[in-house]
Write a protein that binds this ligand. Structure first.
Ligand SMILES: Cc1cc2nc3c(=O)[nH]c(=O)nc-3n(C[C@H](O)[C@H](O)[C@H](O)COP(=O)(O)O)c2cc1C
Length: 384
């Protein structure tokens, strides 16, 4: 695949991965992107996952023929991008590896060497000339590991954005960008909003015509759309007005109350009412929706004096990613001493700028006239 006349795609599609990064289901697979810049000097941008070593090396060999790469540029040391450094450096003995000091430390840890005789250490502001193309390196610490550098090609105005602007899904599957890019961003990069904001400020100073991420499609048109979504996500602002109802229920009574609330909200014309059974849904999808929408209802049974485990896990996923700037309401169930609402609220006590709904629904085992009235009151409040 040609990105520009001089920049070629040499990445791979992975349809065998069971859990990406050990936890994310990827129904449409995953792409590990790598690129080659052809100029007087040749640069290869990053490697791919270990399982695709041969496919990746074969693509490079087919593209280059007898020519050898001058540089291997490593922007990010996470193994889905760096696993084949040693194989590549073994095959191309006269290539120099170009990376940040922190990345070289990790390289030594992963491979037992940081190629001291064949390395160029770059930092913010470093440049590398390939001929017509000059690469300018921009530090992007914690987007999403500390060693990350992104690379701007001043000739073709391409930003190689490392994991930034990445997406779940292989490139041979057509699907909406935002949905799986959001689940990827919130799950994987969501904790590092401040660092992404810093990177966006640096990117604003560049004339970018193409974004080449390490996962997901190459972005060439409507770049303002992608940049604006990244700005919304990294500043922790809701993207859409909507209400997420996230619940756990052992015997179905709490679920019944949640379904009743969802019906009431829809009757009142609330846009976007999304319900997640936290024991059965993809947790990353529920977390994505909690960050996407402006309001969240947390409903759970009291469980051994505390909160049902999936709900605790869900709230920890939110607070780990700096959940803030939203309205939160609680529904609790308990058969002898309901304490779940208090417990859920205490897990959110350090979250910034949350507005807690005035009405809390308290169910004593099963819905009653009293708790139904509380559901109605909460629906009224959330739909104001
Ligand atoms: C294992 C277990 C532990 C529970 N612990 C408590 C508790 O500590 N306090 C309480 O008031 N109710 C407790 N309950 C009752 C539930 O909170 C709830 O009333 C019941 O599961 C009905 O809701 P559901 O149909 O949505 O599951 C417990 C239930 C189970 C199954």
């Amino acid at each position: 695949m040609e990105i520009t006349k001089d920049i070629k795609y040499v990445g791979v599609n992975d349809h065998d991965v069971d859990l990406f990064e050990g936890q994310y289901v990827v129904p449409n697979g995953m792409a590990y992107n790598s690129y080659v810049i052809l100029d007087e000097k040749i640069a290869v941008m990053d490697t791919v996952d270990a399982h695709f070593k041969q496919e990746w090396l074969d693509q490079i060999r087919t593209l280059l023929g007898d020519r050898h790469p001058d540089y291997l540029i490593i922007q990010h040391m996470e193994p889905d991008h760096s696993a084949n450094i040693a194989a590549f450096m073994e095959l191309y003995q006269d290539t120099t590896v170009v990376s940040s000091a922190k990345a070289f430390t990790m390289m030594k840890q992963f491979f037992g060497t940081d190629y001291p005789e064949r390395q160029i250490v770059i930092k913010e502001g470093s440049t590398l000339s390939l001929g017509r193309h000059t690469l300018a390196f921009v530090a992007a610490p914690l987007v999403h590991w500390p060693e990350v550098m992104v690379t701007y090609d001043t000739c073709d105005k391409v930003l190689f954005s490392a994991d930034g602007f990445g997406k779940f899904g292989a490139l041979d599957v057509e699907e909406d960008w935002a949905c799986e890019a959001r689940r990827y961003y919130i799950g994987i990069v969501g904790k590092f909003g401040a660092q992404v904001q810093n990177l966006l400020k640096k990117a604003a100073a560049l004339d970018i015509q193409t974004i080449c991420p390490l996962h997901g499609p190459i972005l060439k048109e409507n770049l303002g759309y992608y940049l604006s979504l990244y700005n919304t996500w990294s500043s922790y602002q809701p993207e859409d007005d909507g209400i997420v109802l996230a619940y756990t229920s052992v015997y179905g009574h709490t679920k019944e109350a949640v379904d009743l609330l969802a019906d009431r909200l829809r009757e009142k014309g609330c846009a976007h009412v999304v319900v997640h059974d936290l024991a059965r849904t993809d947790m990353a999808e529920a977390v994505e929706d909690a960050f996407r929408y402006s309001k969240l209802v947390l409903a759970t049974v009291t469980y051994n004096g505390g909160i049902f485990p999936y709900m605790r896990d869900f709230i920890e996923h939110l607070t780990d990613r700096n959940y803030q700037n939203r309205t939160v309401a609680f529904m609790e169930n308990g058969s002898w001493a309901p304490t779940a609402a208090r417990g859920m609220k205490s897990l959110l006590e350090n979250s910034k700028n949350l507005t807690f709904a005035e009405h809390t629904v308290r169910i004593l085992s099963a819905l009653s006239d009293e708790s139904r009235a509380q559901v109605d009151a909460l629906a009224d409040e959330l739909c104001q």
